[in-house]
Design a protein around this ligand. Structure first.
Ligand SMILES: [Zn+2]
Ligand SMILES: [Zn+2]
Length: 372
């Protein structure tokens, strides 16, 4: 009996001191994947921790009490890192819209390939953990007489094999529902693949590269900085690293300033597709500005933000998510503020964060369009 109570006391002390770390992990998992299993386990653990606290106070175990208090304060600080913390307003942009002469036949289409079920708290500081958000994986087909291009590729045919490279914790905190890969959607409609000139990556993370192997022989445009990052990063760029290195085609930013960004690359020389460097999320991340014949303007901002509020409310990603990605905090703030200044000056421009379904609302869905 005496041995048992000694062991029981040890468990109580352990729950009070180490429980908050497990609770932080459960909170992070729930924010990335709002499953009731994580929620119920978290509530049960919270009750257990409070009960252990009561035992510690009643027994005046002050040494354990201080340790438990310290770890519980650390937990509250962790939760606090998800609270709102808006960046200061950017200096106003005075640039007028750069000229563009998009050819009459130019058009864009969305190819949705899958959805991650996440929460607003996962995407930006100040987002609620009770606000469930679809984090979409969508490729965009840009049709242009000089050659079509795909902006990112969504979830590809080999997604399941690629996901095996991800750490167990990431897979545990991710609930991905895949739909038809972009290559299958294009093939089913009778799309002539010879018209596809390039794949243009917003950046090299797995969820943007996943479908590249489904388009053998199509050159993949990346910046030099992103190419280096792909070679040096961990599992998140493993899918890109496993591609034949000869598919990558590097481009530079020989063009002048564009909407406050210091450099640019005009892909076809007509101003309809202009790329600017927007580092931070990854070193070679870009923003792609598209102007359609109708005059409609789009900014495909990749993962600069995961949901529009990140840009409109100038909220960066939460600390934990930023750490997992290994973002450059200074660079991403700069890119975010620059893009925020554009959004303020040109509210008519449609901002498309890769994973926010609202960004694609005005873009026709390829499989529902008669376009061939
Ligand atoms: Zn990314
Ligand atoms: Zn992404």
């Amino acid at each position: 009996m005496r041995r048992f109570s000694w062991a029981g006391a040890a468990v109580v002390r352990l729950v009070a001191v180490a429980g908050p770390a497990a609770l932080a992990l459960l909170a992070a998992l729930y924010i990335g994947r709002p499953s009731t299993v994580f929620l119920a386990t978290g509530i049960a653990l919270t009750v257990a921790i409070l009960a252990c606290d009561a035992w510690i106070i009643a027994g005046r175990h002050w040494f354990t009490g201080v340790a438990a208090l310290t770890s519980q304060i650390a937990f509250l600080l962790f939760l606090g890192s998800y609270s709102a913390s808006p960046l200061p307003a950017p200096s106003p942009l005075s640039d007028s819209l750069p000229p563009a002469s998009p050819p009459a036949a130019m058009a864009i289409y969305a190819l949705p390939t899958g959805v991650n079920h996440r929460t607003a708290a996962f995407a930006y500081r100040g987002g609620s953990p009770w606000d469930k958000r679809d984090s979409v994986m969508t490729a965009v087909l840009v049709r242009h007489p000089q050659g079509d291009l795909l902006i990112d590729t969504g979830a590809g045919r080999t997604l399941q094999a690629q996901l095996k490279q991800a750490p167990v914790l990431f897979r545990l905190g991710t609930d991905l529902a895949q739909s038809q890969p972009a290559a299958d959607q294009l093939d089913a409609s009778g799309y002539d693949r010879k018209q596809l000139r390039y794949i243009l990556l917003t950046h090299g993370h797995w969820d943007h590269v996943s479908g590249v192997p489904d388009f053998p022989g199509v050159p993949v445009l990346v910046t030099r900085a992103e190419r280096r990052f792909i070679d040096e990063d961990g599992w998140a760029t493993a899918a890109a690293r496993s591609l034949n290195p000869t598919v990558f085609e590097e481009y530079g930013f020989e063009g002048g300033p564009y909407l406050g960004f210091t450099q640019s690359h005009d892909l076809y020389g007509d101003g309809s597709i202009v790329i600017v460097p927007a580092p931070g999320h990854t070193p070679g991340s870009i923003v792609i500005f598209i102007t359609l014949p109708s005059g409609a303007r789009y900014a495909f901002v990749g993962d600069l933000v995961w949901q529009l509020e990140g840009l409109l409310e100038r909220e960066g990603r939460p600390w934990f998510e930023a750490q997992m990605i290994g973002e450059d905090p200074v660079a991403i703030q700069q890119s975010l503020l620059q893009m925020s200044a554009i959004a303020i000056r040109y509210p008519q421009m449609t901002i498309v964060p890769s994973h926010d379904p609202r960004g694609y609302a005005s873009i026709p869905i390829w499989s529902r369009s008669v376009a061939r």
